[in-house]
Write a protein that binds this ligand. Structure first.
Ligand SMILES: Nc1ncnc2c1ncn2[C@@H]1O[C@H](COP(=O)(O)OP(=O)(O)OP(=O)(O)O)[C@@H](O)[C@H]1O
Ligand SMILES: [Mg+2]
Length: 256
């Protein structure tokens, strides 16, 4: 069974950047194979990784959920909805040399997605057998994890900026993980974009108050920001960049 690692945290703290670097680390240092899942409705993990994505599960899920309502039902006569879904879900897997990327995407409709979500979760469970690692980039709400669409998660890396309020938001997420009974065996905190890679004593106190395990502090690095601003994949920043070195020290601590 694949080992599943999910990243979570409030908006803009660096989840996707760190997620991309984890995928690269697992491919290069642990030989993969990795299934990368972009579970953020506002998906952009592919940009951090530098790959093109043609279709998302959200688009396909939408087609299937609304098939009967559409004037041109896309499901061929004689084919079951489940068989059609399986055929189409394969389209949403972008294959690369080191990892495969699955983008959940978003759904616009107000209809009921329970049936399609059920198909989706069995499809993801089927894929999961082919990989050693599954890495999931989440949105703060943890929707796909909490609805059980994604497989049981083993490790959750909470990412926060170095502010007190950022740490409080991560603390609430840590509590949500317990309340949702996600069953993760390891939940760790990463503080990202800390000036000089140093944590203020007040912030350290806040971390202790929530009883979170601090895995490491990642410095703010202009190069990472510039790559992103120029549309260059963040994973291609030099190996000796302070951010890559800091995240690698964190990943080395995980039981991978
Ligand atoms: N350590 C860092 N140093 C400098 N810039 C960083 C660092 N980490 C992330 N960034 C930049 O911060 C911005 C937000 O990063 P990212 O998209 O990874 O955050 P996110 O948590 O995934 O955001 P969202 O909630 O929108 O999905 C990007 O411009 C990224 O390049
Ligand atoms: Mg993101």
């Amino acid at each position: 069974m694949a080992q599943t690692i999910a990243l979570a945290g409030k908006g803009g703290v660096g989840k996707t950047t760190i997620c991309g670097m984890l995928i690269e680390y697992l491919c290069e240092k642990k030989n993969g194979p990795v299934l990368a899942v972009d579970a953020d409705a506002n998906s952009n993990l592919n940009e951090v990784l530098g790959v093109e994505v043609e279709s998302t599960l959200g688009d396909i899920r939408e087609d299937i959920a609304n098939a009967e309502l559409s004037s041109k039902n896309p499901i061929p006569a004689g084919m079951t909805k489940a068989d059609y879904a399986e055929m189409r879900f394969g389209d949403a897997l972008t294959e690369t040399d080191g990892y495969d990327l699955l983008v959940m995407g978003r759904t616009q409709g107000k209809g009921c997605y329970c049936f399609v979500n059920g198909l989706l979760s069995s499809q993801v469970a089927k894929y999961a057998k082919n990989y050693r690692y599954i890495v999931v980039d989440n949105e703060a709400g943890l929707e796909h994890l909490s609805r059980g669409v994604l497989p049981q998660v083993d490790t959750i890396l909470l990412v926060s900026d170095c502010s007190r309020r950022g740490v409080q938001a991560a603390g609430r997420l840590a509590q949500m993980i317990v309340d949702l009974k996600l069953g993760a065996t390891e939940v760790g905190l990463i503080i990202n974009r800390a000036p000089g890679g140093v944590l203020n004593a007040g912030v350290q106190e806040e971390i202790a108050k929530y009883g979170m395990k601090l895995m490491g502090v990642v410095p703010h690095d202009e190069t990472v920001y510039e790559y992103d601003a120029e549309g260059r994949p963040s994973v291609t920043v030099p190996q000796d960049s302070p951010v890559k070195q800091a995240v690698h020290r964190i990943f080395d601590q995980l039981a991978l």
